[in-house]
Design a protein around this ligand. Structure first.
Ligand code: F6R
Length: 364
């Protein structure tokens, strides 16, 4: 059941600290990432010269975060392909490509077909799946299961953040095996990952503040989400979540792209949600936020606490508890999920069953 919550989506958002704990606990041995119990050999991560994620929707968005981390930390080429486009895009894959399929249900037909195609081309196939024994899991050479437990709400929440936590383990493993991280550095990266559940809990405790902000965007027709780098990656997911459960037209843009077209859509009182969690991007992000503010936008800002020194008081601000920048996607995602949830429930929608959508998509 819903455990006293009005909707599964809220229950599943609240379950995330536990879901992440369950997903990482058996994969950390002596402070280091360990996939022995999954039967995944180290060679899988060292014998590839390229990685390609195939997935749909939210699972694809988890791949985008992984891509940013793999490129910046491990310096290995990684692509993220929409599963539905993959086999028609003449993908460059061979025996040296590690293809990673990401799927909550393990039954999404596009992802399954993309994986089968990759196998035929000789790629090694790993999948990150929530449902044990599902079709994609059975087709894969190796599986890393997320331990999110059953996800009932159509809008994916805990599946996404547990997929991310698996990718943090993979990044740590690759960095160590490829000599990018020392054992010491790997341990400190993993120690930060182990802090995620308690940090997420702090975000969940701020849910009333997020609810207050949600009430201000209930009437919005169009909304924009802006950020750079990892902030942009998570806003793509935040925007998908908002549009699917609240039916508000929402678009995520890389902030630097605004001036090349979309800023024409910003008028008085257009809601703009921004995240600022990466120190190296902060000054450019804040100046892009100022630009839309000066066009009349109403700014909702989710900002890493340590970066929130002197801010424009005209913004509606939610401070996110501090983690190392690479990990801020996790607390930020929870905040964006809560925002979408409250907008939908306050509008009186059936949050768990958005119109036109199904939990498992078995048609191409
Ligand atoms: C959005 C959502 C969908 C799924 C997508 C893939 O909240 O849930 O975008 O992420 O349909 O589903 P799986 O992960 O089951 O392959």
């Amino acid at each position: 059941g819903k455990n006293g919550y009005p909707f599964y989506m809220e229950k599943e958002i609240m379950e995330q600290p536990e879901a992440i704990r369950n997903t990482i606990k058996d994969r950390i041995v002596n402070g280091l990432p360990d996939f022995t119990s999954d039967g995944v050999p180290d060679s899988l991560f060292t014998d590839c010269d390229r990685i390609c994620v195939v997935a749909c929707g939210t699972a694809m968005h988890a791949g985008l975060v992984a891509q940013a981390l793999v490129k910046s930390i491990v310096h290995v080429q990684m692509d993220v392909e929409l599963a539905s486009e993959f086999m028609y895009s003449d993908p460059v894959i061979d025996e040296k490509t590690l293809v990673i399929a990401v799927s909550q249900s393990g039954e999404t037909i596009d992802t399954l077909e993309a994986l089968k195609y990759a196998k035929r081309q000789g790629a090694k196939c790993l999948s990150v799946i929530n449902v044990k024994g599902s079709s994609i899991a059975r087709e894969s050479d190796y599986v890393l299961y997320t331990a999110a437990g059953p996800e009932i709400a159509v809008a994916s929440t805990k599946a996404y953040t547990t997929q991310l936590s698996v990718f943090y383990l993979v990044v740590a493993k690759m960095a160590l095996l490829r000599g990018v991280y020392t054992e010491e550095q790997t341990k400190s990266f993993i120690a930060e990952l182990e802090r995620v559940p308690e940090v997420m809990q702090k975000v969940l405790e701020k849910r009333r503040d997020i609810h207050v902000i949600a009430k201000k965007i209930l009437e919005a027709k169009d909304l924009f989400m802006i950020g750079r780098g990892l902030d942009y990656s998570i806003l793509l997911e935040g925007s998908l979540k908002l549009k699917e459960v609240s039916y508000i037209h929402s678009e995520a843009y890389a902030s630097g792209e605004l001036k090349h077209g979309p800023i024409a859509l910003i008028t008085t009182n257009t809601p703009v949600v921004a995240t600022v969690t990466q120190e190296k991007l902060m000054s450019k992000e804040l100046s892009n936020i100022k630009e839309v503010k000066s066009r009349g936008a109403d700014i909702v800002l989710f900002i890493k606490e340590a970066l929130s020194g002197d801010l424009d008081t005209e913004y509606q601000v939610i401070k996110l508890p501090d983690m190392q920048d690479e990990f801020m996607v996790l607390p930020a995602s929870v905040a964006l999920q809560l925002l979408a949830y409250y907008v939908s429930s306050d509008k009186g929608f059936d949050v768990d069953k958005p119109r036109n959508l199904a939990k498992v998509v078995t048609v191409e």
